[in-house]
Design a protein around this ligand. Structure first.
Ligand code: 5GP
Length: 194
């Protein structure tokens, strides 16, 4: 029997390893689907429109806010980021495990609008490791790293209330725990709705 669709919100500070863990999750869980967000941030080298993000102008992003086109949206590090609503509905209706990789203000909005969602917080082992990871990416300016580190301290205080908190120290362990959690929740929901 097919599993029922669930919504998983993967949140936590930039640099905690959300993106890497989500990529691992897609490889480990066959019915997982990750939402592609919209952003006003400029593409980084190697990023393609429609793949990592839909890259929009601020005007276009604001037009979509006005049309209620986003499940959630937030301003982060001077740019707007949002989850397109239509595709989320489509993939949940298809019975897939829908994954959002978003920052904490957006996670709060999803919790309000879709209380059945499962919230997962990805925590770095320490602030020092977080800063080293952000710098190691080589894609953020020093001012962006400083802004992300300031935001991270606030974000870390928000993990209370999440359904699962994963410390991303050993990537293999964290990836296995995340996949096991998604599987467990999908099976549990199937039992309840059967
Ligand atoms: P980056 O600029 O490094 O790609 O992303 C910055 C932050 O925005 C990350 O924490 C990322 O998870 C978050 N983010 C990406 N897409 C969305 C979205 O659709 N909504 C919200 N609220 N945050 C997002």
């Amino acid at each position: 029997m097919a599993r029922t669709g669930n919504l998983f919100v993967i949140s936590g500070p930039s640099g905690a390893g959300k993106g890497t863990l989500v990529r691992r999750l897609l490889a480990d869980v066959p019915d997982a689907w990750v939402s592609v967000s919209a952003t006003t941030r400029a593409p980084r080298p190697g990023e393609t429109d429609g793949k990592e993000y839909f890259f929009l102008t601020r005007d276009e992003f604001e037009r979509r806010i006005a049309e209620d086109g986003f499940l959630e949206w937030a301003e982060y590090d001077g740019n707007l980021y949002g989850t397109p609503l239509a595709s989320i509905r489509e993939h949940m209706d298809a019975g897939e495990q829908v994954i959002l990789e978003i920052e904490v203000q957006g996670a709060d909005q999803v919790r309000e609008r879709m209380p059945a969602c499962k919230l997962v917080f990805i925590e770095p082992p320490s602030l020092e490791v977080l800063e080293a990871r952000l710098r190691g990416r080589g894609t953020n300016s020093e001012s962006s790293i400083a802004s992300r580190m300031r935001t991270a301290e606030v974000e870390l205080s928000r993990k209370v209330g999440y359904d699962l908190v994963l410390v991303n120290d050993d990537l293999d362990v964290a990836a296995a725990e995340l996949a096991a959690y998604v599987d467990r929740m999908a099976e549990k929901d199937r039992g309840r709705r059967a």
